[in-house]
Ligand binder design. Structure first.
Ligand code: ADP
Ligand code: MG
Length: 621
């Protein structure tokens, strides 16, 4: 029997293939099982026997012989088909089959490149294929040791179908191959990549069981079991599935330890066809806000796992979403690991993003409590999404934001805020601080609250930055209650305060001198009611932003332009005036005390605490 040579190009290609196409060796099994599945698809199509029991794939390992066998009851291969499909690399019998039978794209056949089979040589020294084709009487054996060619000879086989027998390589110093003979390892690989192959994949599974009639004696029992789930839940009809089914799938897939807050099941039959099941988790994964967290969805092509975490499918602001996408329209590259070009993927990602948004919106509308739970966990990520990419996603995200309201004493949307603004209110007011309690007590909120205006409380670092990015909602700009100009009619423009400023000019100038470069100005306050002093800011940078920016590692030393505001109606002001007239030493003391108090109220550090306490003591004695 003459040994046939692979075509020269094929020989080189085979070497290349074996060594470089696949990043993980274990995918050889995915490829062989995919081929078996294709072969069963074909016999199903040709013979149309609906005898479900006839169609299966069986995987068995023999440690002694070091062989791993994949048997299928598919269409099989005639001698010439072995010759062309296995002897010519990059010749895909499956692709020809699709073309010859004019199968539409929608068909499930996986193969198309004509290389997957050779992945077997990554783990095997010898690959033997015994096959009997549908409608043929003879069976044949094809055998190859890799690059040096192959043989074909007649062989005995009773039933139609194919056995692929791999003689697994011996371990080397650097590589172990024994694992591909281990039952649990093989099972795990099948579960990982081929769980949703439509035909049963069987294995003989050995388990320890208590011996009959005895409680503490065990015996090994071997039983043939189907190990794949077969029907992908995402291809099922939504109406057939219960919330429990979705929750079980979430747990089975190890997407999280929690119960998902919401699932989204998508079947799209448009420009790109895909199915997806997405989950919005209830709890934050422990590593979510760390660098270690990897976003992404599982990506399947025709039910076969292609990628564990495809990050392109999710924008950062929805990185908490878990789940998978299955599409038959992906242009995979030859290793079926990476995508050749990602037009389809981009389309899917865009589509998915829209669906997630509309789901969140309906959750917000219809199940507010659930939404707030979600927001507790992932609101920060949404705000971050508003801020990043130069605000390019703010339109998409701004309606998903919630902030605590001074009036409602609960989280409200911007839309809710704006819709109940009184006619004379020109701005959306907010106040920043460490907690709702502390913000509530901020002196700067007094006037705005007095006017009956609602104030949004910002307690997270990102809040003010996100809001600056949005700039205005429904044409209403945001304004900090600490900003120099509050934009409140009748309060700011009254000439009264200007004359008051003039009247006390000398006093304020002196105070400004005392504080030197610590403040930009000392002014009459229009916003204070019961407190003697507070700080406000001129310009874009607020005190809260100064705090955050100065805590950053590459801090640019950005400072807010601080104004010390004095409440003329407070008794303390009288003391200031008296001191100004009679005792400049005292004025110095009071000015520093008031300034430090204002800092404390803002949660800013006092420059010299010892001096501050000494000053306190001075006024006591
Ligand atoms: P692809 O699956 O992309 O077509 P492969 O290299 O995996 O490429 O397989 C090459 C061809 O060999 C297949 O297209 C198919 O015609 C044939 N083949 C491989 N395995 C089997 C099998 N188990 N049963 C029948 N035909 C097979
Ligand atoms: Mg294949």
């Amino acid at each position: 029997m003459a040994k046939k040579q692979f075509k020269a190009e094929s020989k080189r290609l085979l070497e290349m293939m074996i060594n470089s196409i696949y990043s993980q060796r274990e995918v050889f099994l995915r490829e062989l099982i995919s081929n078996s599945s294709d072969a069963i698809d074909k016999i199903y199509y040709k013979a149309l026997t609906d005898d479900a029991l006839r169609y299966y794939i069986k995987v068995s390992a023999d440690k002694e012989d070091r062989t791993l066998k994949i048997t299928d009851t598919g269409i099989g291969m005639a001698k010439d088909e072995m010759e062309s499909n296995l002897g010519i690399i990059a010749k895909s019998g499956s692709l020809s089959f699709k073309n010859e039978n004019e199968l539409k794209d929608g068909h499930d056949i996986i193969g198309q490149f004509g290389v997957g089979f050779y992945a077997a040589f990554m783990v095997a020294d010898v690959v033997t294929v015994i096959s009997k084709a549908l409608g043929n009487d003879e069976a044949y054996k094809w055998e190859s040791k890799g690059t040096d060619g192959y043989t074909i000879e007649p062989f005995e086989k009773d039933s139609v179908g194919t056995d692929i027998i791999l003689t697994i390589k011996e371990n080397t110093e650097d590589e172990t191959y024994d694992e591909y003979l281990e039952e649990h390892r093989i099972k795990a690989i099948i579960k990982k990549y081929s769980d949703f192959i439509r035909y049963p994949i069987k294995m003989d599974i050995t388990e320890q069981r208590p011996k009959e009639g005895s409680e503490n004696e065990y015996e090994d029992v071997t039983e043939e079991k189907v190990i794949n789930s077969m029907v992908p839940i995402w291809r099922k009809n939504r109406n057939e599935l219960t919330s429990e089914d979705y929750e079980k799938f979430y747990t089975d897939k190890h997407y999280g330890f929690d119960k998902p807050l919401k699932h989204i099941h998508i079947n799209v039959d448009g420009a790109v066809r895909y199915n997806a099941i997405l989950y919005i988790p209830e709890n934050i994964p422990f590593d979510y806000y760390s660098k270690e967290y990897e976003k992404g969805l599982e990506l399947y092509s025709n039910g076969v796992l292609i990628m564990n975490k495809c990050s392109e499918l999710l924008p950062d602001y929805f990185s908490f979403v878990k789940g998978l996408v299955d599409s038959e329209d992906l242009s995979l590259n030859i290793s079926r690991e990476m995508l050749q070009h990602d037009r389809q993927l981009k389309l899917i990602a865009k589509n998915i993003s829209k669906k997630i948004k509309s789901q969140l919106q309906s959750l917000l509308k219809e199940e507010r409590e659930q939404y707030e739970k979600f927001y507790q966990s992932f609101g920060r990520q949404l705000k971050y999404g508003v801020y990043s990419d130069f605000g390019s996603n703010k339109e998409l995200l701004q309606d998903l934001l919630l902030f605590y309201s001074s009036k409602e004493k609960k989280l409200v949307t911007l839309d809710e805020y704006v819709s109940r603004m009184p006619e004379d209110q020109n701005y959306i007011y907010y106040a920043t601080g460490e907690s709702y309690d502390r913000i509530e007590k901020l002196p700067q909120t007094e006037l705005v609250a007095d006017k009956g205006y609602e104030i949004l409380y910002f307690t997270e670092d990102i809040d003010e930055f996100a809001i600056k990015m949005i700039r205005a909602y429904e044409e209403k700009e945001f304004k900090s209650v600490s900003s120099g100009d509050l934009g409140i009619e009748g309060e700011d423009n009254d000439t009264n305060s200007e004359s008051e400023d003039n009247e006390n000019k000398e006093l304020f100038d002196l105070m400004k001198n005392i504080l030197s470069d610590k403040v930009k100005d000392v002014r009459v306050s229009k916003r204070l009611k019961s407190h003697p002093v507070c700080l406000s800011t001129d310009g874009e940078v607020t005190i809260e932003m100064e705090k955050i920016l100065s805590a950053m590692p590459d801090n640019q030393n950005v400072k807010a332009d601080k104004i010390l505001e004095i409440n003329l109606n407070h008794e303390v002001f009288q003391s200031l005036k008296e001191a100004f007239e009679n005792d400049k030493e005292k004025l110095n003391l009071y000015t520093n005390l008031l300034y430090n108090q204002a800092l404390l109220i803002e949660g800013l550090p006092i420059h010299d605490p010892v001096e501050f306490t000494n000053d306190m003591c001075k006024i006591m004695v």
